[in-house]
Design a protein around this ligand. Structure first.
Ligand SMILES: NC(=O)c1ccc[n+]([C@@H]2O[C@H](COP(=O)([O-])OP(=O)(O)OC[C@H]3O[C@@H](n4cnc5c(N)ncnc54)[C@H](O)[C@@H]3O)[C@@H](O)[C@H]2O)c1
Length: 357
């Protein structure tokens, strides 16, 4: 088991984390008035039995279930959960365990932050994306009117238990979704990690605990330096300016895309902007293009959709005033915040992506 100390939170990573979860629940949460486990329809079937079998403390926990998918990250769902907890007379000594992907971690984090002005919560991420990224760092949010993560707070979980055992039931699309964030972490800060990832086949990787430890460590070092995203933490938005625009556009048009697939496209498009601005060299750009194209199929939007995608960029939380703000790369392992690009540069980069073979 490996441990990472995060901002107001401890992350345990490994195949044996259930032992520590049981121990911590017994030692630190024995006097919880009620314990809830928040799941979605998939993690209810695939992950809850594994958790309960391995962590006897949770045998009598109350289960809160929501539909799987991004649509559950809403104030309507949040209000329903608050009502359900209140109907069970939950007080401020209630404990919430989030068992699921990024949607459950974000929704549950909001629930724990708002219920009676805040209760303790623990994340047990079950998707690769949630393990590598969403469960760590304390940012939680819901969506409003198709605008991703527009309403949220910073409130870290007390603990995060990352156990790769849950990955066994994840489908290929969700694997890839998480892998995009793992690639992102390497691109931002570690050429060495990038080269390691590049030399491996994602689907043949056996030591996920190690990959996750490196990936979470990169994110965590950034979060520790800037927990409230005033500066350095914005680095973690590499690929997300365009990625969020694509994701919002596709959701609005009922075209399914996972968060990570949109981010992977965003990374490639933003790398193209970096290249065209003379910031990133050809070799590094080719390496990024090769890896993204190896794993991620091109998303199904068209040149005619460019303006609609760009319209979403104006809602990005990183923007200040009217300027659209990007994270751009000067080389693999070296990203820079508060970069800008003209509308023409953005359009050309989206067109480059659409015209890829
Ligand atoms: N707060 C943050 O720092 C942060 C960072 C990155 C992403 N996010 C958010 O995370 C969300 C995306 O996360 P996600 O990709 O995990 O989405 P998700 O939670 O919807 O999970 C993806 C799918 O996998 C299923 N699933 C999860 N674990 C499973 C398992 N072990 N076996 C089988 N199926 C399983 C889910 O039910 C869902 O259908 C987005 O809303 C994004 O905004 C948050």
């Amino acid at each position: 088991m490996q441990q990472i100390n995060s901002y107001k939170s401890t992350v345990f990573i490994g195949d044996d984390t259930f032992i520590y979860l049981q121990e911590i629940l017994e030692k630190q949460f024995a006097d919880s008035s009620i314990v809830f486990v928040l799941v979605d329809s998939n993690t209810l079937n695939h992950c809850l039995p594994v958790l309960i079998n391995n962590v006897p403390f949770l045998a009598n926990a109350e289960i809160l279930e929501v539909e799987s998918g991004e649509a559950s990250k809403s104030f309507e769902i949040l209000a329903g959960l608050i009502e359900a907890m209140s109907a069970m007379n939950a007080d401020r000594k209630a404990l919430l365990i989030n068992l699921g992907g990024g949607v459950i971690c974000d929704l549950g984090g909001m629930l724990a932050s708002l219920y009676k002005r805040g209760i303790n919560y623990i994340n047990v991420p079950t998707s690769l994306l949630a393990m590598a990224d969403a469960s760590v760092g304390g940012k939680v949010a819901v969506n409003v009117a198709n605008i991703k993560n527009i309403a949220g707070v910073f409130n870290p979980p007390s603990f995060v238990f990352v156990n790769p055992v849950f990955l066994q039931t994840l489908n290929e699309q969700e694997w890839l979704s998480g892998y995009a964030e793992i690639l992102k972490h390497a691109l931002i800060q570690s050429k060495e990690h990038w080269e390691k990832l590049k030399s491996k086949n994602l689907f043949l990787t056996d030591n996920w605990s190690d990959v996750l430890f490196h990936s979470i460590s990169i994110k965590n070092n950034i979060v520790l330096n800037d927990p409230f995203e005033n500066n350095e933490r914005k680095l973690l938005n590499l690929g997300h300016t365009i990625g969020h625009g694509i994701e919002s556009f596709m959701i609005e048009n009922n075209l399914y895309v996972s968060h990570g697939e949109a981010v992977a496209a965003g990374i490639l498009i933003e790398s193209y902007i970096s290249l065209k601005q003379g910031f990133l060299n050809e070799n590094d750009f080719s390496s990024i293009k090769e890896v993204i194209q190896k794993y991620f199929e091109k998303l199904n939007f068209k040149v005619q959709n460019t303006d609609s995608i760009i319209a979403y960029l104006y809602n990005d939380k990183k923007n200040e005033g009217d300027a659209i703000s990007f994270v751009l790369l000067s080389e693999i392992g070296n990203a820079h915040i508060n970069k800008s690009a003209s509308i023409n540069e953005i359009k050309a980069a989206i067109e480059f992506y659409v015209n890829l073979n």
